[in-house]
Ligand binder design. Sequence first.
Ligand SMILES: CC(C)(COP(=O)(O)OP(=O)(O)OC[C@H]1O[C@@H](n2cnc3c(N)ncnc32)[C@H](O)[C@@H]1OP(=O)(O)O)[C@@H](O)C(=O)NCCC(=O)NCCS
Length: 211
Amino acid sequence: MKDVYEAIKERDPALRVGFEVILYAGFWAVFWHRVAHRFYSAKMIFFARVISQMSRLATGVEIHPGAVIGKGLFIDHGTGVVIGETCVIGDNVTIYQGVTLGGTGKDTGKRHPTIGNNVLIGSGVKILGPFRVGDNSRIGAGSVVLQEVPEDCTVVGVPGRIVKRTLSKEDVDSMNQIRFPDPIILEIEELRERLKALEEIVYNQEDMRGD
Ligand SMILES: CC(C)(COP(=O)(O)OP(=O)(O)OC[C@H]1O[C@@H](n2cnc3c(N)ncnc32)[C@H](O)[C@@H]1OP(=O)(O)O)[C@@H](O)C(=O)NCCC(=O)NCCS
């Protein structure tokens, strides 16, 4: 559990002294999930589910024992978080309260999302379906995400839309064929910048007329 402790220490400015970590519902939710997942992997499904349900009662976080979770998961506040059976979560992910990583009810087999490394999922977010949220992406509080999210994006709204995409200099320089810059998003970003600049000019002129 050292990884979870380190994650909380690094990402929660509210943590003052190390042992306060035992007061975090998210810490215990991950701890009990690790126990439950071992029983699940050993095909002791009922016992695994008992542990997971006891953990839900104690923490308010429901993680199905089948979910595969990487290192350094920080579930902040915890209450109302639901993580489905076929969900896969990478390393160093942050999840706030009220998040659902669930299914739409239309899929069988893999029904729940796969979350990449270093993803931030804001409070109240619903990510529904068996698609991937790429590494380093951020999902704004209150969003409902129903489609694949590429790496390094910010997604907000209902349904979730990409509002920002950060390309590493390396990608642009090397014209990396896998994470190739999306020309439409780049165009939209440029137009947003130009619109902002024009708005500033108009506001400044209105101010001058007002004087
Ligand atoms: C999305 C978020 C991670 C910020 O990511 P970011 O990449 O830094 O994005 P920005 O702040 O630059 O915002 C990009 C745009 O999305 C908008 N936006 C940000 N968060 C939003 C949200 N939750 N819903 C709708 N729009 C949002 C911004 O207003 C901005 O719009 P603009 O370009 O028209 O000005 C952050 O706003 C967020 O929602 N964090 C969750 C925090 C949380 O749940 N806290 C709970 C603590 S108890």
